[in-house]
Design a protein around this ligand. Sequence first.
Ligand code: NAD
Length: 486
Amino acid sequence: MPTPIDSVLASVPTQLFVGGEWRDSSDGATIDVLDPATAKPLLTVASAGLGDAAAAVSAAQAALDGWRRTAPRTRSTILRRAYDLMTERTQELALLISAENGKALPDARAEVAYAAEFFRWFSEEAVRLNGSLQVAPSGDYRIVVQREPIGVAVLVTPWNYPAAMATRKIGPALAAGCTVVLKPATDTPLTALALAALLREAGVPDGVVNVLPAHRSGQVVGALLADPAVRKVSFTGSTEVGIKLLHTAADRVLSSSMELGGNAPFLVLEDADVEQAVAGAMVAKMRNGGEACTAANRFYVHESVAEEFSHRFATAMGELRLGPGYDEGVDVGALVNQAAQEKVQDLVDDAVGRGAEVLTGGTIPDGDGFYYPPTVLDNVAAEAEMMHDEIFGPVAPIVRFTELEEAVAAANRTDYGLISYVYTADLARGMRVAEALECGMVGLNRGVVSDPSAPFGGVKLSGLGREGGHEGMLEYTETKYIATAW
Ligand code: NAD
């Protein structure tokens, strides 16, 4: 008797998607995609080689002229159809995401909704690529400024949001009139291939979207970026790889957008509503099982409320049900792979070795699959590695503070600057703290900020550029200034 997962897997394409056609890798290479819940193989997909990289760029280049001249209203309608199709297929896509990534179904369904919203939002933005017109200060001529699609864009995405990180790039690129080559993460290529099929069904012309899973990521992305037809790279992933790609992009002066790692502080001030702060902490920490660049990584809690906060937070974390992500009723699925599981355990062992107190969790459960239990550690030392490294798992370290200035200084003592969270009953004070925090986004009395209609992105080592909002589409355009008189 086939399970719902079997039926979903049976309909997923497993080949490369180039120029509107499905094809095997030019050198016959493949990737085995594993189920993190069981550590067993799910499907084998084609893995692109250098010949495929060249073919994909050439298909994107061939499609560019037609797509950039396609009426914005038509591009908008196609993107809107993609939103409708994704929304209709929420359950199938969510099962697929859970199967290859490990996340629990509520997180997977939330991802499908979030991912689809990028198609809806950018279908609305596609008809709003405004320019400007002004009289030159001399009065002699006019300054006409218009936005043009930048050209062929290479998109490289991580495994933690296999659908949303792809739609957050494809949506604005297509809205602006660009064509793309997407290189999804090696651990999670299935969702990207399913999206390619869905986009074709929505009416995206051949060659406008090409998808190349590749286990030799460095070589394949290197070849894509070296191709003279490529004008843009948009990357989401680790800071380490982002820096490498910026070096590569520099050789061709490629426009680069980088959404990189985070190390988010979560501040609970003495006047905060503790119940609300715990509810916010649960979302900020546990959305996507802790595998989010926006995940709260360090909790700074005022000592007057620390006891109550830690107790309530640990209780809520301890009540979450761990299990196979695709089973209904599970709150937290498996981590993506064994390396992730081992890294989280090493970080916990290091913090405990430096005196942290385990309030809940802290050890890998027996059995198969890459599970890690929701964990809360109290009184974590400032020197603990997890205070400096991205944990990327369901572990919450708590530090107590007495002076707000010290907490803000500690929050800023990181090379990263993606997002920060602040809980306080005093909105004006919260705004002052939000302005003092060095980051691209702040959740003020909110545990989640991601929204397709808002500019998402970081400062410092967390990245360059913004995705979502109106800014998200501008990343795929060049500004052209025409001086003229009439
Ligand atoms: P990663 O950097 O290992 O991989 C990201 C992508 O780059 C994958 O497609 C991978 O195959 C590819 N890649 C790996 N090495 C490469 C190389 N040498 N050259 C070219 N491409 C290469 O990151 P990951 O482990 O997939 O994702 C986790 C990281 O992503 C975390 O640091 C997380 O914070 C970050 N992230 C950031 C955001 C954001 O918006 N800021 C969102 C999600 C994830």
